[in-house]
Design a protein around this ligand. Structure first.
Ligand code: PEP
Ligand code: MG
Length: 577
């Protein structure tokens, strides 16, 4: 039966393919005593054998589809499956306590995990805890006759369906086969949605129930333009979606003609349209879409993609690659923003009640100075290879900014004393994403070279609406006059103090927000690379005269976000005629 679910359009494009459910099965069990110990041991051995064969296959598939490095984790899983200390301990439990394999596995795995997690000064051993957890889950699934999803072994076109996708799940998806994704939860600015946009995968998030409504292999449509997910579409619907997809691709081809054009308004005023990236691999997209700068490099993905803290050398190489890749055009690299919805398997941080309000971004860096200093050294060294701006995330107080700047200055001095070259035109800036910083933008502007407004967070903190919670997405209003006044105040404060102001939140690439921001005189617009040509085309249609009144009306006359959406709609009707 055909069923349509309404979600949030998270990444442009349309795809139709069978669903692949990336959902963990229920692995609960009851502890029982066994009378026939030998047959229980044989049952456990069988589970180990099938798990081993399965992991070997996943490892081989991962090597082919994702590369040697991504496959490494499965080698570690095989070592655990073959380790007599681990399997022997479980067999002993079965023999001595006469309990079922599930209970023996669970108890033994917990013991190993507790020991490994306790080694707080040994990140390598702490990572082994995650491996034991993963392997135990696989053995348990076999004991219970359940199937675990294996995204690394997908070998045909699919649409991934999941409750939520973490940035690391998203990074593991093989773009050759994954044609799009649909989730139960999440918002347009959740990090999984941002990753989908950089991978150019159509995505719909926040459908509430897709994982319950669809079965593995059922045909689904993901309409990332409208936010619809259609399960078992009729032939007529598939034909309609194909037409819509063709129209979208045609429109994209039109935009592509602007790839080498400057970003100018209808009356010739020039602004910068930049790209947001997560890894050096995104540089192809930056070039293909004609970005004039990199306005945000989210370095936390470098930490999230490795098995341990990246060394200074690893970081230096990644930053240098991006800086050199831009051939003298500006690159803004943000220091790591771990916390919130971004975690590191190898860094066991305390659980928090409200992670988005907790030890995140600059707060975490300032509490872990050695890790921060390593990153700053790598950045300073890389600055010699082009035009770099270093940017601090989540600054809320002048104290935090001054502290971060003084640590940067110390590291710079130490490098220079050793004769290591640091770029002469290095800029230091901050994100404006905490409302407190937006309100005091006039004071902050005196201490930095630039601002970049992070609307993804600024909106969630201003409206007190979690950016990843679709139940409050109605409150997550980029065009709310309260948010717009903070943005306008920030831009004005920057200009009054002689510094430039950019925006790297998703609002910069939003069709409704863009004309308002242009009217405010924002200098730089940084967005997912795939949005650049659409916005360049929109900019070309707008003249200074068209947008003259827009900012003031949107901030001080309108009372609601809807009124502002209408203002922009009416303006676009006028300029399109
Ligand atoms: C933002 O908050 O707008 C931003 C660009 O940072 P992130 O999305 O990484 O939190
Ligand atoms: Mg942010």
């Amino acid at each position: 039966m055909t069923k349509t679910l309404k979600g949030i359009a998270a990444s442009d494009g349309i795809a139709v393919a069978p669903a692949y459910l990336l959902v963990e099965p229920d692995l609960s069990f009851s502890k029982t005593t066994v009378s026939d110990v030998d047959s229980e041991l044989a049952r456990f051995k069988r589970a180990i054998e099938v798990s081993t064969a399965e992991v070997e296959k996943i490892r081989d598939d991962a090597k082919k589809s994702l590369g040697e490095e991504e496959a490494q984790v499965f080698e570690a899983h095989l070592m655990i499956l073959m380790d007599p200390e681990f399997t022997g301990a479980i067999e002993n439990e079965i023999k001595e306590q006469k309990i079922n394999s599930e209970a023996a596995l669970d108890e033994t795995a917990q013991k190993f995990i507790t020991i490994f997690e306790g080694m707080t000064d040994n990140a390598y051993m702490q990572q082994r805890a995650a491996d034991v957890r993963d392997v135990s889950k696989r053995i348990m699934a076999h004991l219970l006759g359940k199937e675990l999803p294996n995204p690394a072994s997908i070998d045909h076109e699919v649409i991934v369906v999941a409750h939520d996708l973490t940035p690391s799940d998203t990074a593991q998806l093989n773009k050759k086969y994954v044609k799009g994704f649909i989730t139960d939860i999440g918002g347009r600015t959740a990090h999984s949605a941002i990753m989908a946009r950089s991978l150019e995968l159509p995505a719909v998030v926040g459908t509430d129930s897709i994982t319950k409504d669809v079965e593995n292999g059922q045909s689904v449509v993901v309409d990332g333009l409208n936010g619809d997910a259609v399960i078992e579409p009729t032939e007529a619907q598939v034909a309609d979606y194909q037409k819509k997809s063709e129209a979208f691709l045609k429109q994209k081809a039109e935009w592509e003609k602007l790839k080498n054009e400057p970003s100018v308004t209808a009356d010739g005023k020039k602004f910068t349209i930049a790209a947001n990236i997560g890894t050096p691999n995104d540089m192809q997209g930056v070039k293909d879409n004609g970005a004039e700068a990199v306005g945000l490099y989210r370095t936390e993905f470098l930490y999230m993609d490795s098995k341990d803290f990246p060394t200074e050398e690893d970081q230096f190489k990644a930053y240098k690659e991006v800086i050199e890749g831009m051939n003298g055009k500006q690159v803004i690299i943000r220091t790591m923003d771990i916390g919130g919805d971004k975690h590191l398997d190898y860094w066991d941080l305390p659980e928090e009640m409200n992670p988005f309000l907790g030890v995140r971004a600059i707060r975490l860096s300032l509490q872990n100075e050695e890790i921060f200093r390593t990153q700053l050294r790598a950045l300073l060294r890389a600055s010699a290879y082009g035009k770099l701006g270093i940017m601090f995330p989540m600054i809320g107080t002048l104290y935090e900014l001054r502290k971060a700047k003084s640590i940067l200055a110390e590291e710079k001095e130490k490098l220079t004393a050793k004769g290591i070259k640091v770029g002469d035109n290095l800029e230091v800036g901050m994100m404006i994403e905490v409302p407190a910083a937006a309100v005091l933008a006039d004071q902050f502007a005196k201490e930095v070279d630039f601002f970049s407004i992070g609307t993804n967070d600024l909106i969630q903190y201003t409206m007190a609406a979690d950016r990843g919670n679709d139940n409050v997405s109605y409150l997550y209003q980029p065009a709310n006059p309260s948010v717009l006044r903070l943005i306008k105040h920030t831009i004005d404060a920057a200009h009054e103090n002689g510094i430039w102001c950019g925006m790297c939140g998703e609002a910069a690439g939003d069709n409704t927000m863009f004309p308002i921001l242009l009217s405010m005189g924002l200098d730089e617009y940084s967005m997912s690379a795939t949005s650049i040509l659409r916005i360049r085309s929109l900019m070309k249609k707008l003249s200074t005269e068209d947008i003259k009144e827009l900012a003031n009306k949107a901030c001080f006359v309108s009372e609601t976000a809807e009124e502002n959406e209408k203002l922009v709609d009416d303006l676009m009707k006028k300029v399109n005629n």
